[in-house]
Design a protein around this ligand. Structure first.
Ligand SMILES: Nc1ncnc2c1ncn2[C@@H]1O[C@H](COP(=O)(O)OP(=O)(O)OP(=O)(O)O)[C@@H](O)[C@H]1O
Length: 151
């Protein structure tokens, strides 16, 4: 089966897409404070609209709190913080990608839209499972010791 292949972009077309002015953007943050404001708006949108994001925030907060209460080593706490941060980051990227797909195809079915959304959701799931595994390995033994010693 033959497939149509587009030619590579010619050199004189590339610079228009890579200018500092970002002419295709509707608005550009003018300073660092405004950039933080928009980043916070994204996190806030994720928290308000995505049930999975709220669940992950809760689970990550409990995992980090437990690792501090159980006096895990700084490296162990850092590992739990990194894996937690990865899950939350991927959840926000998943939300961003969902919005982009919806913006592109609206309410029409498209096989590529399905692949994009399924893969993004899969990335979140992989990170959540790894995070669960890491949390269980580091938190469960000292937690079990604490519970047993209490009886
Ligand atoms: N335009 C589309 N074309 C084809 N399949 C789609 C389309 N929109 C959604 N789907 C399918 O429906 C599933 C659910 O879509 P949705 O937009 O809720 O994404 P999601 O990643 O499951 O959402 P969330 O992360 O919020 O649970 C997608 O994983 C995909 O398989």
């Amino acid at each position: 089966m033959s497939q149509k292949v587009s030619p590579p972009p010619t050199n004189n077309r590339i610079p228009t897409l890579v200018t500092k002015e970002r002419e295709f953007s509707w608005q550009v943050a003018t300073n660092l404070f405004i950039s933080f404001k928009y980043a916070w708006a994204g996190i806030s949108y994720g928290f308000k609209t995505q049930r999975n994001f709220r669940i992950h925030v809760g689970v990550c907060a409990v995992a980090i709190a437990l690792s501090i209460i159980l006096h895990l080593s700084p490296v162990e706490i850092a590992i739990i913080a990194i894996t937690s941060g990865l899950v939350l980051t991927l959840e926000l990227l998943n939300t961003a990608l969902e919005s982009l797909v919806d913006l592109t195809v609206k309410q029409t079915y498209h096989e590529l839209a399905k692949i994009a959304k399924d893969c993004a959701a899969g990335a979140v799931l992989v990170s959540a499972l790894v995070s669960l595994l890491v949390g269980s390995i580091l938190i469960l033994p000292p937690l079990a010791t604490l519970i047993i010693s209490a009886f």
